[in-house]
Ligand binder design. Structure first.
Ligand code: F6R
Length: 603
């Protein structure tokens, strides 16, 4: 939520910052702005709307200067408007800030400053930071920032500039911030893709650390102003991986990258020398009597699939719960519980809170994350990395698929250790076959494209399945609604008759997943029931007798037979393509769906 970009160095700051903000736009796109330091003053240009609106303004009059901060906003306090856009200046225009996060005591601070005569120009919680900094400033910006952040309650990643001391100050608490080091200057960003074009040398700012950047380097301090020593890490992602590479949308590019991503992730978990393998080998599952899996959105859906897989392969109780629920419950978690946290970004606020709650209760914590150096990766006992590379489209695809394969491998390894799986090699071989199977599905997208073209007019689409097919229906439904804005719901097939069937009428579509042989007749009955009530149906899967093709009432897309436990990795490819092509036919902004941001760092 909200992207921060900053630069100080030899180059003109505006193009560097705008280029970086483009890579961060997935974090919010309600408004954008820059503040550039030049010859003792700040020039601030900010605009409501997408980054292109700001770019247009900058094309008419781009401020010149070699140091600046920029921001792309996901509105929380105050509607999207020019005034509420960042950067914010203090009243005397001496201090400029950009903020990602939420200041919970902003009202009290604002009232206090207003009583002292300070007048505000926006409705945001963030402006209070700039006003407070100016109010406290006595000639030392580092001391001022320390004083300000000790007054703030809530979460923040901040970029700060002060006219009297031309340096960039960065500070983080519960929101990500990285520093990039290059010959031509120093970079500050919310996420790695923003700086990949310039450097692979990155410092990950820890919670409550401050960085002071000038064109020759960076120094780090703690909240007491004491120096902290840090070394840069080399980022493995290439600059190309954050580009569209000829595809119309990042989402399609990321869907197509899945065979490669799955191969790399599986190799790392199975091959000797693989980092994920070393972590899996170090976990003694016999120390635990229960597994709890948690995450938000799609990550939670990967957990729902995993529940079936863990219980089926390991014979071990596995619960799955939304992180936003788990964190506020009184969960039965203790030292004998292994809690698995799934998160692409590693920065989702609810999942971080759940990590902290589980640790407080003495559980062992294992995370599956995509972003190295992220908060969840840092705070959990064991970390498995999905090797998906940067995922830019807001709707997750390749990271989700990589989460699934790591969960399968984890379950198979646990099952071997528990003696529940003999001949585990065969099971792992089935997982290893997935990348090729995904590749052949992606080689022919004609039928799903043809079918999706007929779906633009639907008001409501239902997804049904049983067992793992139900788990993956949840993901299919979320994917569709978030990028196509068509209302959709997922139901366990057996639940249809308990209520949802009353919504079935001629202008509804039911997508049924059928990959579990023993449940295929049940799903077929569900399909017949909805068709006889006027709905149209699409059946996806490897266990169905329906003939493949796009028909008037009934269509079917089939793929090769596979162990049902791992079939979600194939069904999801069809579901992702379906959502993508429906949204593409509607001409929507697929990579940046309305109201959404990729990294949900606020509650
Ligand atoms: C849906 C989607 C979201 C995320 C959710 C969790 O396509 O991307 O539902 O899965 O916001 O995000 P992470 O995985 O970063 O914790």
């Amino acid at each position: 939520m909200c992207g921060i970009m900053g630069y100080v160095g030899n180059k003109e700051a505006v193009p560097v910052i705008v280029e970086g903000l483009k890579k961060l736009e997935y974090r919010g796109y309600d408004s954008a702005g820059v503040a550039i330091y030049n010859n003792g003053s700040f020039e601030v240009i900010k605009r409501k709307g997408r980054l292109t609106v700001l770019e247009e303004a900058l094309s008419k009059r781009a401020p010149s200067g070699h140091m600046g901060i920029g921001h792309t906003r996901w509105a929380t306090h105050g509607e999207p408007s020019n005034e509420n856009s960042h950067p914010h200046l203090g009243e005397k225009e001496k201090i400029a800030i950009v903020h990602n996060g939420i200041i919970e005591n902003h009202r009290q601070l604002r009232e206090k400053l207003e009583r002292k005569g300070v007048s505000f120009t926006s409705e945001t919680d963030s402006e209070v930071i700039a006003q407070l900094a100016e109010y406290y400033y006595r000639g030392n910006i580092l001391e001022t920032v320390i004083k300000v952040v000790n007054t703030l309650e809530g979460s923040f990643a901040l970029g700060v500039m002060c006219l009297d001391e031309p340096r960039l100050i960065a500070v983080r608490k519960d929101n990500p911030l990285i520093i990039g080091e290059a010959r031509d200057g120093m970079y500050l960003a919310s996420d790695v893709p923003a700086i990949l074009k310039h450097t692979s040398q990155v410092y990950y700012l820890e919670d409550k650390e401050i960085a002071v950047l000038d064109r020759s380097g960076v120094e780090f301090f703690n909240m007491d102003g004491e120096p902290v020593s840090k070394s840069p890490e080399t980022v493995a992602w290439s600059a190309d991986s954050a580009e569209k590479g000829g595809y119309q949308h990042f989402m399609l590019k990321e869907i197509m990258e899945q065979p490669k991503v799955l191969r790399m992730t599986i190799d790392s978990a199975l091959c000797d020398g693989g980092k994920n393998k070393a972590v899996i080998d170090s976990i003694d599952i016999r120390s635990y009597n229960k597994i709890i899996i948690t995450g938000c959105g799609s990550a939670y859906h990967a957990g729902v699939v995993a529940k079936y897989v863990f219980e089926s392969l390991c014979g071990l109780s596995a619960e799955v719960e939304l992180a936003s629920e788990l964190r506020y419950r009184n969960p039965l978690i203790d030292g004998q519980t292994l809690v698995i946290f799934i998160s692409q970004s590693g920065e989702t606020a609810d999942t971080i809170a759940a990590v902290r709650e589980a640790k407080r209760r003495g559980a062992a914590t294992l995370s599956i994350v995509n972003v190295v150096g992220s908060t969840i990766a840092k705070e959990t006992d064991y970390v498995l990395y999905t090797l998906a590379g940067p995922e830019i489209a807001v709707a997750t695809t390749k990271a989700f698929s990589a989460q699934l394969v790591l969960l399968y491998i984890l379950a198979a390894r646990f099952a071997q250790d528990l003696g529940a799986l003999t001949g585990g090699g065969g099971t792992l071989a089935e997982v290893s076959a997935l990348p090729d199977m995904v590749e052949s599905l992606l080689a022919d997208t004609g039928k799903i494209q043809q079918f999706a073209a007929t779906c633009v007019g639907y008001k409501s689409i239902f997804f049904i399945g049983r067992n793992v097919d139900y788990a993956i229906s949840l993901e299919g439904s979320l994917k569709l609604k978030e990028i196509s804005y068509i209302h959709s719901e997922a139901y366990a097939g057996g639940e249809l008759k308990h209520g949802p069937i009353s919504l079935i009428e001629p202008d509804t579509l039911v997508v049924a997943i059928s990959c579990c042989q023993r449940l295929a007749p049940k799903i077929a009955s569900n399909v017949e029931q909805v068709i006889s009530r006027g709905a149209k149906a699409l059946v996806i899967g490897c266990c169905t007798d329906y003939e493949e093709g796009v028909g008037d009432k009934l269509s079917a897309i089939k793929f090769a037979r596979i162990n049902e436990l791992f079939s979600p990795s194939l069904s999801v490819i069809i579901l992702q393509l379906f959502s993508y092509y429906v949204a593409a036919n509607k001409g929507l902004d697929i990579d940046k769906p309305r109201n959404l941001a990729k990294s949900v760092t606020v509650e």
